[in-house]
Design a protein around this ligand. Structure first.
Ligand SMILES: [Zn+2]
Length: 77
C-alpha cells in the first residue's frame, strides 16, 4: 500500500503519481529500428521514473509520518 505523502510546494497531501519520462512511441520506434538504443532508452525510462505530486508535479513529496512531513502539516493547517 502506498504511503500518504505531503507536497512541500503546494501543500497537497495524498498519494504521489508515478511519472515516467519519455515516450512509449519513441521507445517502440527505437526497438523496431535499432535494438541497442531501444535497450538504452528503456533503461533510461525505468531509472528516471519518479513519484510526483499529482497537483503541481513536484518530485520532492515527503511522507506525512516523517519529521519534515509533520512540520509541513502543522505549518499548513
Ligand atoms: Zn504539489
Amino acid at each position: 500500500m502506498a504511503k500518504d505523502l505531503i507536497c512541500p510546494n503546494c501543500g497537497n497531501s495524498g498519494h504521489a503519481k508515478v511519472v515516467t519520462k519519455g515516450s512509449f512511441i519513441i521507445e517502440l520506434a527505437l526497438w523496431i529500428m535499432f535494438i541497442v538504443p531501444g535497450i538504452i532508452y528503456s533503461l533510461w525510462r525505468l531509472t528516471s521514473r519518479y513519484e510526483a505530486c499529482p497537483k503541481c508535479g513536484a518530485s520532492n513529496m515527503v511522507p506525512v509520518d516523517s519529521p519534515r512531513g509533520k512540520k509541513l502539516i502543522s505549518e499548513l493547517s
